[in-house]
Design a protein around this ligand. Structure first.
Ligand code: SF4
Ligand code: SF4
Length: 370
């Protein structure tokens, strides 16, 4: 289908058409001072007129009374929670005369997410390499795959970015290029709508679309180009594996450890981080037990523990593990960076630690020893 216009005044038709097609519809909504994804019943719930100010260690929502629905950049949530649940029961076991095991694969209505950004989709594609068998993984995680296969993505090309965004440097944005069903670019009074799948085509055919003119294509392209040009942070990925692993004793790790609280916020907001723990949760009667998976982080003491030994007892070691994996050894493991440049770990770090600054500091003075 040729790109077409969806007037902003008719945006609710998209929400209603998705709902009528059987999807649970999620979209960005302002909640408690941040934009989060929540189930929506109408386009009226979207963050019309909201913007976000983001700098290292600080996030603030503001409202300018404008008409745009997606000028707020992203909040702390990405698509990750829709495909890799923060907590879920994998299986359970019961003992009622005899022992029985029960599988608990995700069930229910498929999910449509409105408002995914290019960096969110890039993050999901990075996680595909971890959770779906192929060149980089030998095992398919059925929980991830089940959600991944049934998600319908309405992506939005960014029209603004914040000071912490650097998706352009990571080749992950700001334009959405893959793994979407519908992609939107918000213009003054309408959205330029493109389809990226058969499901997207079928849904778009039911929308009140109007023909797009050359000026709409130009405005969309210029808007996206402006976002890329306005990004000031970047990571130099040239030889970054060697840079990181040749500098494991660099004094910069002590410097960053003095600022790091080991709180794991950076991991929780990262769209690519996949570390998790699995716990047994028995019932009080002793007749059944749930096997539960939860997100975990290389910043927790338990994550690096084995047979009573703590592999990374110092904060310095845990931060170094995170950064060297994310920016360095991910390339060896998955042929891609573990960072898509969304900037969330910078915004949501309580002490404003900035991985672009940490990587640049090593590059500025390589070879130093603590
Ligand atoms: S490391 Fe930080 S900037 Fe990179 S993808 Fe994760 S949260 Fe985003
Ligand atoms: S880098 Fe920041 S967000 Fe990450 S663990 Fe340290 S203090 Fe927390």
């Amino acid at each position: 289908m040729e790109p077409a216009l969806l007037p902003r005044a008719k945006f609710d038709a998209l929400v209603q058409t998705l709902a009528q097609a059987g999807y649970r519809v999620f979209g960005p909504v302002p909640r408690a001072g941040a934009v989060v994804f929540d189930e929506i019943a109408s386009a009226d719930e979207l963050p019309r007129g909201y913007k976000s100010e983001q700098v290292p260690g600080r996030y603030r929502l503001t409202h300018d009374g404008g008409e745009r629905l997606f000028d707020f950049v992203h909040g702390h949530e990405s698509l990750k929670r829709f495909t890799f649940a923060a907590e879920e029961r994998l299986w359970s076991v019961s003992h009622d005369g005899q022992v029985a095991f029960h599988a608990h694969l995700p069930e229910g209505r498929p999910t449509a997410v409105i408002g995914a950004r290019a960096c969110d989709i890039a993050g999901m594609r990075v996680q595909d390499r971890t959770f779906i068998a192929g060149r980089h993984a030998s095992f398919t995680d059925p929980y991830f795959e089940s959600r991944r296969r049934s998600i319908f993505i309405v992506a939005v090309n960014c029209s603004v970015c914040t000071s912490t965004c650097f998706c352009a440097s990571q080749g992950a944005g700001p334009r959405v290029t893959e793994a979407f069903d519908i992609a939107l670019t918000e213009l003054d009074d309408a959205f330029l709508l493109e389809t990226g799948s058969e499901a997207g085509e079928a849904l778009a055919a039911q929308l009140p679309l109007e023909p797009a003119r050359e000026e709409h294509h130009q405005q969309a392209a210029q808007q996206i180009a402006r976002v890329a040009q306005s990004q000031t942070r970047r990571i130099d990925n040239e030889g970054i594996y060697e840079l990181l692993f040749d500098n494991l004793d660099h004094p910069r790790w002590d410097d960053v450890a003095a600022r790091c609280l080991s709180c794991a916020n950076c991991v929780m907001v990262c769209p690519t981080c996949f570390c998790h723990r699995e716990n047994e949760v028995p019932d009080m009667g002793g007749t059944s037990s749930d096997h539960v998976r939860q997100w975990d982080a290389c910043f927790t003491m338990e994550h690096g523990s084995t047979h009573g030994a703590r592999l990374r007892p110092q904060v310095k070691q845990r931060y170094r593990q995170w950064l060297t994996h994310k920016l360095g050894s991910w390339w060896k493991q998955f042929d891609v960076s573990g960072c898509v440049g969304c900037g969330r770990c910078i915004t949501w770090c309580p002490t404003g630690i900035d991985l672009t600054e940490e990587a640049a500091a090593l590059r500025a003075e390589p070879g130093l020893k603590a």
